[in-house]
Design a protein around this ligand. Structure first.
Ligand code: GDU
Length: 337
């Protein structure tokens, strides 16, 4: 009997993961640990599957995590505070959920003999400039330190890092769709800003890849195309029949970068190219300070980071094709065209 726990299982990513797990034959039970009883109830009704078990709780509360994790084989840890502005105003809340909460999940998993934990991270954790990214970078450090400090552990902890997931709750594409449908100008922050584009469904495959292939402390990213927000806005408008939309430029918001990096230079230098993915193995060196501080590693870091400016760039037609793969976009198109 195989049991998987998804923390944050009612979020955009969590839900997609749960649906995917339900479609597989090798999963006997799927547990969802999350805070919002209303969202759980809605999910219970819409999925209506007796393999689902809902645990009301919070990753901040070790007891609720411990209860949810008992008897589990795999944990996909997606519970997080992920909105940049809210974390910026309440950084300690991000610390409690994203850093301490992740540590609680890893400790409880180890105690319960879970075989594998995959932690969900974000490109905003690379050279972070905002509190959300900083807290996720710390979550990655907690996961990697666990792997480094517990070589005999039976629990493999790894990390998957994502760029922007298209149409996730609160993200820009639904905002653009709504603006176009209601004939409002499209609000673009900085037309030259680029973001990686990933569909939720593609993102799930990276999690499975990590469950199947991870060594302790591994970090995986999936290669992805990117586009500018100007191209994204025009692609959305064009899908809804407007090839010359009115665009209002707002300027970058607090804590935003012109482009995002999925791998830093230092990570890319030691990454392994695995076709659709990059794997960054754990830096398992010990605390021999003279190696770090006086002698160094003898390597020079000459490669560029892997970012949304230097990855494959999509044009309007390319983004339109990608948007049409999203069921949410197709549903809106059916309603409004
Ligand atoms: O009205 C808007 C809103 C956003 N943008 C731009 O669109 C891009 C994407 O914006 P999102 O708000 O979708 O995503 P962010 O890159 O700001 O990411 C944040 O929102 C995401 C929502 O999916 C996740 O929560 C993510 O972790 C969080 O950092 C950014 O360049 C942003 O500047 C606009 O041009 N106009």
């Amino acid at each position: 009997m195989s049991i998987t726990l998804v923390t944050g299982g009612t979020g955009s990513f969590g839900t997609t993961m749960v649906r995917d797990l339900l479609s597989r034959d090798d999963v006997d039970q799927i547990r969802i640990l999350s805070r919002d009883e209303t969202k759980q109830d809605a999910m219970r009704r819409s999925l209506n599957d007796d393999r689902l078990r809902f645990f009301l709780g919070d990753v901040r509360d070790p007891m609720s995590v411990r209860d949810a994790v008992r008897g589990v084989d795999h944990v996909f840890h997606a519970a997080a505070l992920k909105q940049v502005p809210s974390c910026e105003f309440f950084p300690l809340q991000a610390v409690q959920t994203n850093v301490m909460g992740s540590s609680n999940v890893i400790s409880a998993a180890e105690d319960a003999g879970v075989s594998s934990v995959v932690c969900l991270s974000t490109d905003k954790a690379v050279y972070p400039i905002n509190a959300m990214g900083t807290s996720k970078a710390m979550m990655e450090k907690v996961a990697q330190a666990y792997a480094r400090n517990s070589p005999d552990s039976g629990t493999t902890v790894s990390i998957t890092r994502y760029g922007n997931v298209m149409y996730s709750r609160g993200s820009v594409i639904p905002v653009f769709v709504e603006q176009i449908i209601s004939n409002k100008p499209i609000t673009v922050t900085d037309p030259h800003m680029t973001r990686f584009l990933m569909s939720l469904v593609d993102s799930v495959s990276l999690v499975h890849y990590a469950f199947e292939n991870a060594k302790p402390g591994d970090l995986f990213v999936r290669k992805a195309p990117a586009c500018t927000v100007d191209v994204l806005a025009r692609a959305v408008a064009s899908l809804f029949g407007n090839d010359d939309p009115e665009i209002r430029v707002l300027g970058a918001r607090h804590g935003e970068k012109l482009y995002e990096s999925l791998l830093g230079r230092e990570e890319r230098a030691k990454s392994e190219d695995r076709g659709d993915y990059y794997r960054v193995p754990l830096d398992a060196r010990g605390l021999e300070y003279e190696l770090f501080v006086e002698e160094g590693s003898g390597e020079n870091i000459e490669v560029e980071d892997y970012n949304s400016h230097n990855t494959e760039q999509l044009d309007i037609e390319g983004v339109k094709s990608l948007l049409l793969t999203l069921p949410e976009v197709r549903a809106e198109l059916e309603r409004h065209t």
